[in-house]
Design a protein around this ligand. Structure first.
Ligand code: AMP
Ligand code: MG
Length: 398
C-alpha cells in the first residue's frame, strides 16, 4: 500500500513518470484544414524574412525623418501589393498605404491624419523618429528560424502562422490510443433503459470526450463485470493501447477487484490514493509497459480525476511538451469554508464576464446534474479553511 499523495505530489508524479519513459510518438502529415488541436511533430521554420521587406503600418506619407516637420513634394504613391520604383529624396514624400513596401530613401511614415494636402504638396507639423510606422524587414521573424515549435498544440493562432509560411501539409504526432474500460455489474450501456438498481454507462462517454479533447484516440471496451476473469481479460486488452483508463472498481469494496487484477499482471503502483475530492481512491501505475489510471467510478470523480491528472498523461503521450492545468481566477460572490486536508474541485458558476465565481449546491461525487449546471470547478486549497466573499480563488473552466 502506497501512502496517500497530495494533489500536487500526484500531478508531479504523473508528469515525471510519463515524461521519463516517453518515446517520441511517430509523425504523420495532414492537411492544414485538419490540423486544429493536433500537436506539431517538428519545428516549422520561416521560409523567408517576416516581413520580407520594410512595410508601412499606416496609411500616410513615406518621408525622410530628418526633413520633418515641413512641406513636401508628393512624387507618387505606393499601394499594398506592388513594389515601387520611386526614390524619396530630400523634402519629397510618397503617399503610402498600410502594408505597402517603403520606397527607397524614406525612413519614416507620417500618418495621413497628421498631414494636409494641396495638389502635389503635403504639409505636416509632426516630427518622427527614424523607423516610425515602419515594420522593418525580418523584424518579426528571420528566414530559417522556428515560428511554431514541435510539441506545441496547434491553435487558431498557429494555424495563421502555418498558413503564413505556406505549410499546408503539417507534420503532427500520431494520436495516442487510449483504452477506456468501465467496470461494474450495475453499469449498462447508455442506450439501454436501466432497471432501478442499474446505471447508464456515462463514464465511457465522458472519458471518450475528455480523451479526444486531450488529443487522444479513445477506444471504448465492453463493460467489465465485477468478476476476476472477465475484468482480467478486458484489462489485458486495454493494456495493448498506449494508455489504459479504468473507471470504477478501485474503492475498498468487496467487488472492487481492479487493483487485484492489475497486481496479478505485475503492475507497479505509483499511487493508489490522492487527497482530493472528488476522487480519493485513485490509482496510477504501469503494467506490461503501459501506464494506466484506475479512476473512481462515480461520474463526478471520473470527470475531475481525468481532467486534473490523467489528461496530462494523454497529452504527454501525444507529444505535448508542457501539459498545463489552465486555471483562471475569479472573486467569490460569497464566503466559502471547507474542512482542510483535501484539495477540492467543486462545481461552480463563473459569471459571463469571468469576474466572479459562485459554488453550486453539490450533493457529492455522483451529482452530475450539479456539474452540468456549473461551468467550472472551484479549486479549493487543502491547507486553508476559510475564504471571505470577494476573495480571489482559482477556477478550472469545464
Ligand atoms: P465504484 O468506483 O465502482 O465503487 O463506483 C462508484 C459509483 O459510481 C457507483 O455508484 C457506480 O454505480 C457508479 N459508476 C461506476 N461506473 C460507472 C459508469 N461507467 N458510469 C456511470 N456511473 C458509474
Ligand atoms: Mg464498481
Amino acid at each position: 500500500m502506497v501512502r496517500a499523495f497530495s494533489f500536487q505530489e500526484a500531478r508531479a508524479e504523473v508528469l515525471r513518470r510519463v515524461r521519463g519513459e516517453r518515446h517520441t510518438p511517430s509523425v504523420e502529415e495532414i492537411g492544414l484544414e485538419d490540423a486544429l488541436g493536433r500537436v506539431l511533430g517538428r519545428d516549422v521554420l520561416a521560409d523567408r524574412d517576416y516581413p520580407p521587406v520594410a512595410r508601412s503600418v499606416r496609411d500616410g506619407f513615406a518621408v525622410r525623418a530628418e526633413d520633418l516637420p515641413g512641406e513636401f513634394e508628393v512624387i507618387g504613391e505606393v499601394r499594398a501589393g506592388e513594389s515601387s520604383p520611386l526614390r524619396t529624396g530630400p523634402r519629397q514624400a510618397v503617399e503610402i498605404m498600410t502594408g505597402a513596401p517603403i520606397p527607397a530613401g524614406a525612413d519614416a511614415v507620417v500618418m495621413v491624419e497628421h498631414t494636409t494636402r494641396e495638389g502635389s504638396r503635403m504639409r505636416t507639423e509632426r516630427t518622427a523618429k527614424r523607423g516610425e510606422y515602419i515594420n522593418q524587414a525580418g523584424s518579426e521573424a528571420r528566414a530559417g528560424c522556428a515560428v511554431v515549435m514541435g510539441g506545441r498544440s496547434i491553435t487558431q493562432t498557429r494555424i495563421a502562422m502555418l498558413a503564413t509560411v505556406g505549410c499546408l501539409r503539417v507534420p503532427v504526432y500520431r494520436k495516442p490510443a487510449v483504452a477506456i474500460l468501465s467496470t461494474g455489474d450495475e453499469v449498462v450501456d447508455a442506450g439501454e433503459t436501466p432497471l432501478d438498481f442499474q446505471v447508464r454507462n456515462s463514464n465511457a462517454w465522458t472519458l471518450a470526450a475528455q480523451v479526444k479533447r486531450a488529443g487522444g484516440e479513445p477506444h471504448t471496451l465492453p463493460v467489465a463485470r465485477d468478476e476476476y476473469a472477465h475484468t482480467r481479460e478486458l484489462i489485458e486488452r486495454g493494456l495493448s493501447a498506449d494508455l489504459l483508463l479504468l473507471s470504477g472498481g478501485v474503492s475498498a469494496g468487496k467487488y472492487d477487484i481492479v487493483e487485484r487484477v492489475l497486481a496479478d499482471l505485475g503492475a507497479e503502483f505509483f499511487f493508489t490514493r490522492v487527497l482530493i475530492q472528488p476522487g480519493q481512491p485513485l490509482v496510477f501505475g504501469k503494467a506490461r509497459n503501459r501506464f494506466f489510471f484506475g479512476l473512481p467510478g462515480n461520474p463526478g470523480s471520473t470527470i475531475v480525476t481525468f481532467e486534473v491528472l490523467a489528461r496530462a498523461a494523454v497529452e504527454l503521450l501525444g507529444g505535448i511538451a508542457e501539459p498545463r492545468l489552465p486555471l483562471l481566477s475569479a472573486r467569490l460572490t460569497r464566503e466559502f469554508r471547507h474542512k482542510p486536508g483535501l484539495t477540492r474541485f467543486l462545481p461552480a458558476a463563473v459569471s459571463a464576464d469571468g469576474g466572479t465565481v459562485t459554488p453550486e449546491a453539490w450533493g457529492g461525487s455522483s451529482d452530475v446534474p450539479a456539474m452540468a449546471r456549473a461551468n467550472a470547478f472551484l479549486v479549493v486549497d487543502a491547507e486553508r479553511d476559510f475564504w471571505p466573499a470577494g476573495e480571489w480563488m482559482p477556477v478550472l473552466p469545464q
